[in-house]
Structures are given as C-alpha cells and as structure tokens.
Write a protein that binds this ligand. Structure first.
Ligand code: KMH
Ligand code: ZN
Length: 273
C-alpha cells in the first residue's frame, strides 16, 4: 500500500476557543498548531484563518501573513488554503486565499451545496464550482475536491468532463456533516471514484477515529484536526492538532502503514516538486 498522507485541518472557520481553548485564532497560534501537526507527521496543512478575535476571514493579507509564518516553521509542508471559507461568504471573498504569493500549490474546491447545521447552508452552485475550478486551473493550483455527499462526486465529474480538472484528481470525503460517517458510506464513496483518483477522508466529531482507522486500512489518506473534531476520546479535549496527528500515526503503525513525508505526499498526489 502506498504511504499514508496525513492532512491537518488545524483551525476551521466554525469551531471556537469556548469549545476547546487550543483552537487557534492569532497568527502565532495558527503557526503553533501548524508546527505541532507538521512535527507529528502531517504533510498537508488545510488552512483557514481568523481575525485575532476568532472571526473567520478569507482576507488575502491575513492568509499571506499566516502562510509566510507557517512556511518559516514548516519549510516543506503542503499548505492548502480553504476556498470554502465560512458559511455566508461571497465567491470573491472566498477566492482571496488563492491570490497570495507565491500561488498556493493546493487549495480546496467544494463540490456542492449542503446543510451546515441549524439554519446554515453552505452554498456552492454549479456556476461557483465550475468558476472556481477554472480559476484554479488557470493559476496552476491543484484542487482538493471537497465532497460532503455522493452527488458532489458527480458534480466534480461534470467539471472534469468540461476539461476543468487535471489528473490524478484528489477527493476529500467529509463524513458526518450531511451524510453519515459509517464504513458502509465511506466504501460507497470510495467505490464511486474514477480509477486513478486519490482520496482523503475525515469524520466529524466522534466519527474521526473509526473513519481514520478504516481509511488507513482501505489505502486512503486521513484528515484530522480541530476543524473536524476537538476530542481525543469521549470527554477528553485534544491539547493540539499535533496530538491528533500523533494518534493517526500510532493507528497507522499498528496497522502496518508507513507515513508519507511532504516530498512523498507530493509524489502520491501527482504534484510538481
Ligand atoms: N467552513 C465550511 C463552510 C473548505 O475548507 O473548503 C467550508 C469548509 C470547506 O471548511
Ligand atoms: Zn475547511
């Protein structure tokens, strides 16, 4: 089996310090969390940024400052800015994270609209998706195709048919937001992918660990981090993203799967070195 890529979603846009005091807001806190994940074995940092008071932002300047600061501490990490941002942001606002210098090598591309808890709807119309794909293609950014249910794989394939995606395509299954985070559903998603694709999976909240173990066993790649889950186990808050990455490394070790470094991760993902 190929080596395991671990992606750390260190910050997110929705979780707060009230839920877990280690959730990062400031530049220093974001760098601390990125470094803890990188040192523990993450090769990809999925990045959202905040204002100092925790408000989610897609400000180009804030992304630039955070990415530059992370780069100093994690020189070869694959930094993957979010273009999803937070619920309610405009497309133009969201795309700012792709405008930093140098252009990011990787960024998320959300492949559909979904319910996001309570009255929140995370809106991604077909025009938004195809436009984001076109812009990323023009800028040479590899999209990670964010999929919250099966129909979003089909939408990604429509974008591919239009010639908007390069191969190999890389998908990320975010399970437990809209569709359930069961092994049956994970398998259904994996079996729905075109041959040659790579994939990552993450399970929201308490689903993080069984999805990680199943994904490692199935040959996929794992995402963990505060964006998706705040607990090491029931009632025990995670102290850092690094602690969660270390747990994935431990599960991988028990299951006999080696962990990829950033150079190996770029190779697996078909990214330029
Ligand atoms: N915060 C969510 C509304 C992404 O990063 O592309 C969207 C999200 C997906 O987190
Ligand atoms: Zn995200």
């Amino acid at each position: 089996m190929e080596k395991l890529i671990i992606a750390a979603a260190i910050c997110g846009a929705e979780v707060t310090k009230k839920q877990n005091p280690a959730v990062p807001y400031t530049v220093e806190e974001i760098v601390r969390e990125a470094k803890s994940a990188y040192d523990a074995g993450a090769s990809v940092i999925h990045l959202h940024v905040r204002e100092d008071d925790g408000t989610p932002t897609q400000s180009k300047d804030r992304f630039q400052v955070c990415v530059d600061a992370i780069r100093k501490e994690c020189p070869d990490a694959i930094i993957q800015p979010s273009t999803g941002g937070a619920v309610g942001m405009t497309d133009l606002e969201r795309l700012q994270s792709t405008e930093i210098v140098p252009t990011p090598e990787f960024a998320t591309l959300d492949c559909g609209t979904c319910n996001f808890g309570g009255d929140d709807i995370f809106v991604n119309t077909d025009n938004t998706i195809f436009n984001f794909a076109k812009i990323m293609q023009e800028r040479g950014i590899k999209p990670e195709l964010e999929v919250f249910d099966k129909g979003m794989i089909d939408t990604a394939l429509k974008a591919d048919k239009k010639g908007l995606l390069e191969h190999p395509m890389h998908f990320d299954f975010v399970l437990g937001v809209q569709m359930t985070a069961t092994i049956r559903d994970l398998l259904f998603m994996v079996e729905s992918l075109p041959a040659g694709s790579t994939w990552t999976a993450t399970g929201l909240g308490k689903n993080a660990w069984h999805i990680a173990a199943a994904t490692i066993s199935l040959g996929g790649h794992v995402r963990v981090g505060f964006e998706d889950n705040l607990y090491m186990e029931k009632g025990v808050l995670a102290e850092s993203n690094g602690q969660m990455v270390a747990k994935v490394v431990e599960i991988a070790k028990l299951l006999g799967r080696e962990v990829a470094n950033p150079t190996e991760a770029r190779e697996i993902l078909g990214m330029k070195q």
